[in-house]
Design a binder for this molecule. Structure first.
Ligand code: NDP
Ligand code: A1CAB
Length: 264
């Protein structure tokens, strides 16, 4: 199975880095510096045109920004795709948009990964269009995608909500980790030490939820001694609207996903 990529930016690279050792890869990238970097880092071949790319591949990943997807699809629509599988990772763009350009009979998959895919710790949502009748074919795609981490099959509305949690979520977590560390810096710790404490606390806490299966509220209560230090911090966080801040950010992201869907 040979895999083609249109776009080898942050996310294209995440997939190439996860797959290049086991699969044959070909990619098409407009940015010269980026093309040379990917070629030399992973020793994979690049195609000169989209038409050259699709000739030799069975699966085509679309890893360009939503704003340029229309132009890529216009080019693909002119070519003979036969029964090649199209996998798009663009935020917001619905299956029916791809079907409009490529035809209703094409096998199309929407995936929403996240940047921890770069270290195979990603979380991806996956939606198949109606042309996947064989369970084994879906499983093959899910298996391929799991090279970057966990996968979950979901419906299209769910995928757009997932974008606002795990797709964009790493950025929220980086801000939270950094500000937790900066709290320590304000009190006099070095950034290096404070960042190590914050990072390990996020990793350990996330693993604790995963490994124990306990509810986050229950685990929070285990940290919080009556009249103690944690309760004082939590009270302050509540006063400053931490829960509202997070939920409102997720909603703002979801609204942007819907906006992108309308403005390709
Ligand atoms: N970054 C993230 O965390 C996530 C991104 N996504 C989705 O992944 C997609 C890609 O995002 P990301 O990797 O961050 O974007 P990048 O901008 O890093 O990568 C896209 C790459 O494609 C190149 N490019 C632009 N037009 C074309 C074209 N017509 N043919 C071939 N290559 C082209 C760009 O070059 P140039 O820079 O010169 O324009 C760039 O190098 C987006 O649709 C996004 O919604 C999904 C989940 C997470
Ligand atoms: O910010 C974005 O639009 C992309 C989609 C999900 C994560 N990054």
């Amino acid at each position: 199975m040979k895999i083609g990529f249109i776009g080898a930016g942050n996310m294209g690279e995440a997939y190439i880095s996860a797959l290049y050792k086991e699969k044959e890869i070909l990619f098409y990238e407009l940015n010269n510096d980026r093309r040379e970097y990917i070629k030399s880092k992973y020793n994979v071949e690049s195609a000169n045109t989209i038409s050259d790319l699709i000739l030799g591949v069975d699966i085509i990943f679309l890893a360009v920004k939503p704003q340029v997807m229309k132009y890529v699809l216009e080019e693909l629509a002119e070519l003979k795709l036969d029964n090649k599988i199209i996998i798009s990772i663009a935020a917001g763009i619905n299956l029916n948009f791809y079907e409009k350009y490529l035809g209703k009979n094409k096998k199309i998959v929407r995936v929403m990964p996240n940047t921890p895919a770069l270290i195979r710790k990603g979380m991806s949502g996956v939606v198949f269009n109606e042309n996947f009748s064989e369970k084994s074919e879906k499983n093959e795609i899910l298996e391929l995608l799991s090279a970057t981490g966990e996968t979950i099959e979901i419906d299209e509305k769910g995928l757009d909500i997932l974008t606002a949690i795990s797709g964009s979520g790493p950025a929220y977590v980086f801000v939270l980790i950094n500000s937790l560390a900066d709290g320590g810096v304000k009190l006099g710790l070095s950034k290096e030490v404070a960042l190590k404490l914050a990072v390990e606390t996020f990793i350990g806490s996330a693993e604790l939820i995963k490994q124990t299966g306990k509810h986050p509220e229950q685990l929070k209560d285990m940290v919080t001694s009556p009249g103690g230090t944690t309760a004082a911090a939590l009270f302050d966080m509540e006063k400053n609207g931490i829960r509202y801040t997070m939920e409102s950010a997720v909603e703002a992201c979801y609204l942007k996903v819907k906006e992108l869907a309308g403005n390709k």
